[in-house]
Ligand binder design. Structure first.
Ligand SMILES: Nc1ncnc2c1ncn2[C@@H]1O[C@H](COP(=O)(O)OP(=O)(O)O)[C@@H](O)[C@H]1O
Ligand SMILES: Nc1ccn([C@@H]2O[C@H](COP(=O)(O)OP(=O)(O)O)[C@@H](O)[C@H]2O)c(=O)n1
Length: 231
């Protein structure tokens, strides 16, 4: 299958990658809403397939079992940035995919090549159908899913800043434990064989450690507008 995604000529495709807590989701949603683009959270899709495996008795420590079951769940992503949705076999999965159990297993499930092939195809078809353009965020969008994206951004931030942001979301969470879990997940995502978390050679790197979310959003909006002017 070709990796080139064809969309209407005015449509812009933006790929935003980076590790956990760098601001991918918040930035991508805000940029897409501001510029009238669709939005796709690819992490939510990997979380959804992981949740399905866990609730359907699949041994998530067995890559062979995961591979055999990978094509079974029907995952549908709604791409409105002001209200993104995700369903699995018709059921709203937006809550259950954010549990600690799913977070701790998602790297193992998403490392299985059969899972990546299925989810990557799904992502490409969603991007191709986004006639007004789309912001797609994840770990391998600029390198693998949409290598011809018009603009590629790679967000980074220090582990301390990322852990502080993540623990700020959960009341009573332990900062040190959050930091350790985050570093462990980054290592698994960066170290896997198939389509690891990586910066594309032609991606613009933005270190968000000392930037406010608003500053990051403005930076990305400016980069998209520059691309549109150049086109
Ligand atoms: N530049 C920033 N400064 C402070 N907090 C931020 C910044 N970017 C994002 N956040 C906050 O950090 C948390 C994680 O952001 P999120 O967008 O979910 O990151 P990611 O998708 O990369 O994991 C959210 O609560 C978000 O509001
Ligand atoms: N393009 C992507 C996106 C996510 N993922 C996997 O999905 C997990 C969850 O992604 P996420 O974006 O929801 O993670 P958070 O950083 O938001 O916690 C990641 O840790 C990866 O294991 C991936 O492999 N490839």
């Amino acid at each position: 299958m070709s990796t080139t995604v064809e969309t209407a000529s005015s449509a812009v495709i933006v790929a935003i990658d980076g590790p956990s807590g760098t601001g991918k989701s918040s930035t991508s949603k805000a940029v897409a809403a501001k510029l009238g683009l669709s939005y796709l959270d690819t992490g939510a899709q990997y979380r959804a397939i992981t949740w399905w495996m866990l609730t359907n008795g699949i041994d998530v420590n067995s890559p062979a079992e995961i591979a055999t079951a990978a094509a079974k769940p029907v995952i549908i992503s709604g791409t409105d940035p002001t209200g993104p949705t995700i369903t699995v076999d018709g059921e709203d999965a937006s809550g259950p995919i954010r549990t600690q159990e799913v977070t701790s297993k998602v790297s193992a499930v998403s490392a299985v090549p059969e899972v990546r092939t299925i989810i990557t195809d799904l992502q490409r078809s969603i991007a191709a159908g986004a006639v007004g353009g789309i912001v797609v965020e994840g770990r391998d969008i600029g390198t693998t899913v949409l290598p011809d994206a018009d603009l590629k951004i790679f967000l980074t931030a220090s582990p301390e800043a990322r852990a502080a942001r993540r623990s700020g979301e959960v009341k009573g969470s332990d900062l040190a434990a959050t930091r350790e879990a985050l570093i462990k997940r980054d290592a698994a995502d960066s170290g896997r064989k198939t389509s690891p978390l990586a910066k594309a050679d032609d991606a613009v790197e933005v270190d968000t450690t000392d930037l406010t979310l608003q500053q990051v959003i403005e930076c990305v909006v400016t980069l998209v507008e520059e691309k549109r002017t150049d086109a």
